[in-house]
Design a protein around this ligand. Structure first.
Ligand code: SDX
Length: 429
């Protein structure tokens, strides 16, 4: 039913149309507010502001619900594969057998990168953080495929850029690791599925046979699915904002990678592991670190806890926590960091400070335990987050383009100096 909200300003009444989403979320449409009233709204961090309408992902932070194109994350993590979920997010439906086979084959065919990409690696310091290399090399695809910058790409051209990006990010990500380790780079193998190929490129050596462990392939599929999209989070909003200026998909995703690297966002998974290691090194007294997290005079935060929208358990954290137990048991690993994480969680969930602020473990809290168990080094954790989040970034960029959304340009409230005349330098103090 069409609703509106009444706004009374300076004695005048204005009607703001109310829009309602398919999950009963409601918003005031303020698209004409400034023209009608001269006012803008202010909402730093956009905690209360919807930037767009989207049909891709629905989450309910209070209920701990997350669905991709209507499918509950719990079912997709259990029954689907990362490439199938990527297709679902990007094209809006679960693929038929033939569509999935074609999508997967196309990606396989494009996993090779231009030989000049290898030369760019030689320019990076060997200790460069993999996220710095990843964002640079993903942006460099714009140089190798200059036609990708056109704002008038056909559906087929956009699909080709999607395939290239999905395919090449896994090779580039694996190469950042091998480059960092001083190992020979591995070329992709077309006989392997996406996750097996990634593990092969990451961990195989030309000197010996590499056996792919299906249990690790399954864990990796699940982790990438759980990271694949999360509506208008910081990095996705970055991709949409950059893309709204008609920047290329590669340039927009490269910007998203840099946003994700932030320790308050995707960079938290690396910070969690380093925090657990610091607690272990300090003797394992979790209560000392809980106290630090609560101390307003201490900048320490319990990394992997809290969330901008989840004020309940992050549904992804529940699944990852269970998967961490399963993977470590299957691989016969007894990781003391897992026990420290479980102790922290228990302590925080019974502590008023965390309860009052609704701070629960988020997606980053347990993911590093699994990455560590499958041999992925801490500095590569956020690269893994980017690998998983890529289909979501692509889907959101594509939706923004298809909906012909205008260039993003927020307003502000100016709080600086009012007009004043230029002061000659000899009169300045
Ligand atoms: C991701 O948006 C997404 O969807 C992101 C993501 C995705 O999939 O894309 O889910 C991925 O980024 C997960 C979040 C990973 N980040 C971390 O784990 C870093 C640690 N967490 C925080 O810094 C924090 O919780 C945020 C940034 C995640 C959310 O911050 P908010 O919602 O802006 O909350 P806030 O900073 O305003 O804090 C509210 C209160 C404050 O205390 P008071 O001033 O009210 O006394 O809670 C406290 C904060 O000090 N608080 C914490 C805390 N997080 C918030 N105190 C201790 N430890 C923490 N982790």
């Amino acid at each position: 039913m069409a609703e509106s909200a009444e706004l009374i300003l300076d004695g005048k009444s204005y009607s703001l149309p109310v829009i309602e989403g398919t999950e009963r979320e409601k918003a005031f449409d303020i698209g004409k507010l400034r023209d009608q009233t001269g006012y803008v709204t202010l909402d730093s961090g956009y905690k209360n502001t919807g930037a767009t309408k989207s049909a891709i992902t629905f989450l309910d932070g209070e209920e701990g619900i997350l669905r991709y194109r209507g499918y509950p994350i719990e079912q997709l993590a259990e029954k689907s594969s990362f490439i199938e979920v990527a297709y679902l997010l990007i094209y809006g439906k679960l693929p038929t057998e033939a569509e999935l086979q074609n999508f997967s084959n196309q990606i396989t065919k494009h996993t090779l990168v231009h030989e000049d990409v290898r030369k760019i690696f030689d320019g990076f310091p060997s200790a460069a953080h993999p996220m710095a290399i990843l964002s640079s090399l993903i942006c460099s695809l714009t140089a190798f495929y200059p036609e990708s910058v056109s704002p008038d790409l056909s559906k087929e051209e956009i699909d080709l850029n999607v395939i290239r990006l999905m395919a090449k990010i896994s090779t580039i990500a694996a190469w950042t690791y091998k480059n960092n380790m001083g190992h020979p780079l591995n070329y992709p193998r077309n006989d392997l599925d996406y996750c097996s190929n990634f593990l092969y490129m990451m961990f195989s050596f030309p000197t010996e046979k590499y056996d792919i462990d299906p249990r690790i392939v399954s864990a990796l599929n699940k982790l990438l699915i759980l990271h694949a999209d999360h509506e208008q989070n910081c990095s996705t909003s970055t991709v949409r904002l950059v893309g709204s200026a008609n920047a290329s998909l590669y340039g927009s995703v490269s910007a998203g990678i840099n946003a994700l690297w932030g320790p308050l966002h995707g960079g938290a998974n690396q910070e969690v592991l380093e925090m657990l290691q610091a607690i272990q090194k300090d003797g394992g007294d979790t209560s000392k670190f809980i106290a630090k997290a609560k101390d307003k005079n201490d900048s320490f935060r319990l990394m992997g806890f809290g969330h901008r929208v989840y004020k309940n358990f992050d549904p992804r954290a529940k699944i990852i926590k269970k998967a961490a137990d399963e993977v470590l048991a299957a691989l016969g690993i007894d990781d003391p960091l897992l026990k420290i994480a479980q102790e922290l969680e228990q302590a925080a969930l019974t502590d008023q400070y965390f309860i009052e602020r609704k701070l629960y473990p988020n997606v980053d809290f347990y993911s590093g335990i699994i990455y560590r168990a499958i041999g992925i080094p801490t500095e590569m954790f956020t690269v893994m987050f980017a690998l998983g989040r890529l289909p979501g970034w692509i889907a959101q960029w594509k939706e923004m383009r298809e909906n012909k959304e205008p260039i993003g340009r927020p307003r502000q409230i100016y709080t600086g100096e009012t007009e004043r005349d230029y002061t000659p330098i000899e009169q300045r103090s």
